[in-house]
Design a protein around this ligand. Structure first.
Ligand SMILES: [Zn+2]
Ligand SMILES: [Zn+2]
Length: 391
């Protein structure tokens, strides 16, 4: 039998259904039994290449099921056709039980040919069978688009992707706080006791978006630094109404989220809300802990809040460039006014002026930051204000 030439760059759904028919596929399978190929006509149809032995498939399929069910419930015209790479027919049947969509009848050789026709490079792959090359999205991108946007990715076209990216960019470049933190279904954030505050009541405050998780040890360290700065800012009567922190959890489940929140006096986006994922994507959060600072005008002040809090703590409030410039200048001025070396009555060696992120003063036993007089020979540190110079 001559093998037809399917090298066309873009295979559209009319084509693919023709190919299926030409290959002798007379029907597709649903959970109930056989359905005609024409079940896909007029619908946004995707071929799903997947296997039960493939780990990324196992994580992706439940998300796709959720997306499919949501779209079907909304009466959207969507269809997915499973092309199985399971080891045998029994495994295929087992695998297909978890899927609410259609499948090509199991045939290893045919499925492999289909894989080559569609230029599939890895599993899982989702190939949209759209009507033309201009609107269709690259197959490489579709799973990523679904991971990023969930159900909003529908109808999986290039123009939809551009639209979603434009919405993200607008939010990043100074949408309102409500655009960022709330949506039609939710206009509040809440704390560990279930106390709710309207996002609209936060407008005009400096906001810290804190991305963290209970499973992450560096988050624990940062959490205590942030807590100290927060408490200090909130007890300054002038500033307590000007600041709030919102926790954006990257915890693995609701239980861990509750554990995280327990240690926090501030508010959080509810765990089950999609805004958590949106904010991670919009701010390109790749590592936690991370603190994004938003000024009282709703504009992003900086994404380096973690470094600022670790370095200056509450002193840096409201974290604007001018405030940070002021702190740096004051620090430099202080340094310039101190001698490079000094002798202290309490210590036998010469002490050297140094800069330290954190230390404990050996005289007053209080913590110190930045300028310090240290001994090069022993572990001895003094606040510049605790020096008693020898004559
Ligand atoms: Zn001291
Ligand atoms: Zn010494």
């Amino acid at each position: 039998m001559a093998v037809p030439n399917y090298q066309a760059k873009c295979i559209d759904s009319r084509n693919i259904l023709t190919i299926l028919a030409a290959e002798g596929v007379q029907f597709l399978l649903s959970g109930e039994g056989k359905v005609p190929l024409s079940s896909c006509y007029g619908k946004t149809t995707c071929l799903l290449f997947s296997a039960n032995w493939c780990r990324p498939c196992k994580t992706f399929i439940p998300k796709l099921v959720q997306l499919y069910d949501t779209l079907r419930a909304r009466c959207e015209k969507i269809e997915i056709v499973f092309v199985s790479f399971d080891h045998n027919e029994n495994e295929f049947k087992e695998d297909f039980k978890s899927m609410p969509w259609l499948a090509v009848p199991f045939d290893v050789n045919f499925n492999r040919r289909l894989l080559n026709m569609c230029h599939v490079k890895h599993l899982p792959s989702l190939i949209p069978l759209t009507w033309d090359e201009i609107t269709s999205i690259d197959q490489e991108d579709l799973i990523g688009l679904i991971e990023d946007y969930g159900v909003e990715a529908f109808p999986f076209t290039r123009s939809r992707r551009e639209e979603l990216k434009a919405i993200d960019a607008a939010k990043l470049e100074g949408g309102t706080l409500e655009d960022l933190l709330a949506h039609e279904g939710r206009n509040h954030v809440e704390n560990k006791d279930g106390r709710k505050v309207l996002v609209s009541d936060l407008v005009g405050k400096t906001i810290g978006l804190y991305f963290g998780a209970h499973w992450c040890p560096p988050c624990h360290t940062f959490n205590s630094q942030l807590l100290e700065a927060y408490n200090e800012i909130m007890t300054t009567s002038k500033e307590q109404n000007c600041f709030e922190i919102i926790f954006i959890s990257t915890d693995r489940d609701l239980n861990e989220f509750d554990l995280s929140l327990k240690s926090m006096p501030w508010f959080a986006i509810p765990y089950l809300d999609k805004t958590r994922r949106d904010l991670c994507r919009i701010f390109g959060i790749k590592a936690i802990p991370s603190l994004v600072l938003i000024g009282e005008d709703g504009k992003i002040v900086g994404t380096n809040g973690r470094a600022i809090i670790s370095l200056y703590g509450a002193k840096a409030f409201p974290f604007t460039q001018s405030k940070l410039g002021e702190l740096e200048a004051a620090l430099k001025k202080e340094g310039d006014s101190l001698p490079r070396h000094t002798k202290d009555t309490k210590h036998e060696h010469l002490l050297k002026l140094d800069m330290a992120k954190a230390y404990v003063c050996d005289s007053c036993k209080q913590r110190g930051r930045f300028w310090v007089f240290s001994c090069d020979l022993c572990d001895y540190d003094l606040h510049p204000t605790c020096i008693e110079e020898t004559s």
